[in-house]
Design a protein around this ligand. Structure first.
Ligand code: AMP
Length: 273
């Protein structure tokens, strides 16, 4: 496995490979969710590139940038084990200068739900993803459906900027008891982890309603809120694939999402109908 920190060195190295490139961008502290993206990208492409970059611009002031879990050595071993060909491991100064152009998230879709509770977050996400895609120039880039709104905005950006990359959505990987894997799960105490199971339980409750033919969004949201109580809720919402609120869930065109605070940790999850 090659480990490269310089964007130009990586660009030059990849330019000379006459091969399809699968790319998995991450912020490190790798878990089975990241590994499933890596496996999929490995299967579908000749070369697998993974990036580990804790992107400061997507964290708001007072968020967890400084305490975000770092596991550099373990991450490198995981990448090696799962057949990563090139690990891109830049420093902040390799990616950002002092006075820069940046990408702005769409004014509506980028500022609802996660974008409303973290205003500006998606500007940082889209800016770094634009930079990473331009550096790697992948054939396909893989993103988790767990971050559904992020995935939607990245797909939109690559279309709207006429970029030559296929964005591939990958299903959410969960623990056996239903908790969606997340680097932030490392923050949870034993008791908080038990409380966090309410998130998956609320989505199961939503899915049970849907399978009984109850598609009314208010009804679904009410039952989910009851299941989540007494956790602090940032949002529980039923949206279509364009992230517009809808009053009736439509099979094949709906995402049901929840974001809550457990202790001091923000956790999100969703199901796609
Ligand atoms: P992160 O390191 O949190 O920025 O995540 C890197 C990529 O892994 C993103 O595309 C996430 O959506 C994806 N990801 C995170 N958790 C999971 C999971 N439990 N299942 C599938 N993909 C995930």
């Amino acid at each position: 496995m090659k480990i490269i920190s310089s964007p130009l060195e990586l660009k030059n190295y990849l330019k000379n490979q006459n091969a399809s490139i699968g790319f998995v961008p991450t912020m490190g502290a790798l878990h089975e969710g990241h590994i499933s993206l890596m496996k999929r990208a490995k299967e579908e492409n000749d070369i697998l590139v993974v990036s580990i970059f804790l992107n400061p611009t997507q964290f708001l002031k007072g968020e967890d940038l400084d305490k975000y879990p770092k596991k550099d050595e373990a991450d490198k071993r995981i990448c090696e084990l799962f057949g990563v060909d090139v690990l891109f491991f830049p420093q902040v100064s390799d990616i950002y200068g002092s006075d820069e152009a940046s990408v702005l998230a769409p004014k509506v879709r980028g500022f609802v739900l996660e974008g409303e509770s973290r205003p500006g977050h998606f500007n940082g996400v889209l800016t770094v993803v634009m930079k990473l895609l331009n550096i790697v120039n992948p054939t396909r880039a893989y993103f988790g459906k767990k971050d559904a709104q992020q995935l939607n905005l990245i797909s939109l950006m690559t279309k709207q900027f006429f970029m030559d990359v296929e964005i591939v959505p990958v299903d959410t990987v969960r623990e056996k008891d239903g908790l969606a894997l997340s680097s932030r799960n490392a923050y949870l105490s034993k008791q908080e982890r038990a409380e966090a199971l309410k998130i998956a339980a609320s989505l199961r409750a939503a899915s049970a309603l849907v399978s009984r033919g109850i598609l009314d969004a208010d009804e679904i949201i009410k039952v989910m809120r009851e299941t989540l109580a007494p956790l602090e809720i940032f949002y529980v919402e039923v949206v279509n694939r364009d992230f517009e609120k809808i009053s009736v869930a439509q099979i094949g065109n709906t995402v049901i999402l929840a974001e809550v605070k457990v202790g001091t940790t923000r956790l999100l999850d969703n199901i796609w109908l």
